[in-house]
Design a protein around this ligand. Structure first.
Ligand code: 5GP
Length: 164
C-alpha cells in the first residue's frame, strides 16, 4: 500500500520526551545510551538529554537499501564499539524503528554478554519485530517517513555535483 506514517520534527520532539518519560517512570537509569546510526542518533541525543545521561556511544548498522528493500542480514560497520566500554553498565539501545527487529537483535546480542543490563527504546515498533522493545512510543505497520530522511540529500544550488 502507499500509506505512510509521517513524523514531523515537531512531533518527534514530543515523541522523544514522552519516550524518555516512560523510561524514567519505569525507574531505568541507563549509564550509557547506545545509538544505532543513522536514525537512532536523533533518538539517542534526545533521550540522553531528557534522561540526564552524558554517555553516548554509536554503532553503524547497514540493512535497508530502499523502501522495504534490505540486505539479507544487517551488518555492523567498522568501527565496532568496544564491548569492554559496556562492562557492567546499564545500556539503553536507541533506534528510530524496530521493523523486522533484526538490527536491534544484532546490537542487543552484541551487548548481552558484557553488560549488566540492556534495554531498548524506539520511536516506532512494528508488529512483526522479533525483538520486543521495553520502550515504544507508537506502534504501526506502515512505512514511516522520518523527518531526517524524507527528503533527498541537498544538492549544490549552482548545479555542481558534490564530490566531483
Ligand atoms: P529492522 O532491522 O528492524 O528491520 O530495521 C531497522 C532499520 O531499518 C531502522 O533503524 C531504519 O533505519 C530502517 N527502517 C525500517 N523500517 C523503516 C520504515 O518504516 N521507515 C524508514 N524510514 N526506515 C525504516
Amino acid at each position: 500500500s502507499g500509506v505512510r506514517e509521517n513524523l514531523s520534527y515537531e512531533q518527534f520532539g514530543v515523541a522523544v520526551r514522552e519516550l524518555a518519560q516512560s523510561i524514567a517512570d519505569d525507574g531505568y537509569q541507563p549509564d550509557v545510551v547506545l545509538s544505532i546510526a543513522r536514525g537512532g542518533v536523533f533518538v539517542a541525543g534526545g533521550l540522553a538529554y531528557a534522561l540526564d545521561c552524558k554517555n553516548i556511544h554509536l554503532v553503524n548498522v547497514e540493512f535497508y537499501t530502499g523502501v522495504g528493500t534490505t540486505l539479507e542480514m544487517p551488518v555492523m560497520l567498522a568501527p565496532v564499539p568496544n564491548a569492554i566500554d559496556f562492562t557492567d553498565k546499564k545500556v539503553l539501545i536507541a533506534d528510530d524503528v524496530a521493523d523486522t527487529g533484526k538490527t536491534l537483535k544484532l546490537v542487543r546480542d552484541f551487548c548481552l554478554d558484557a553488560v549488566a543490563e540492556v534495554r531498548s527504546a524506539v520511536v516506532y515498533e512494528k508488529s512483526q519485530s522479533l525483538v520486543k522493545c521495553e520502550y515504544v512510543w507508537k506502534r504501526t505497520d506502515e512505512w514511516i517517513n522520518f523527518p531526517w530522511s524524507v527528503q533527498p540529500p541537498v544538492v549544490r544550488r549552482d548545479g555542481q555535483v558534490l564530490d566531483a
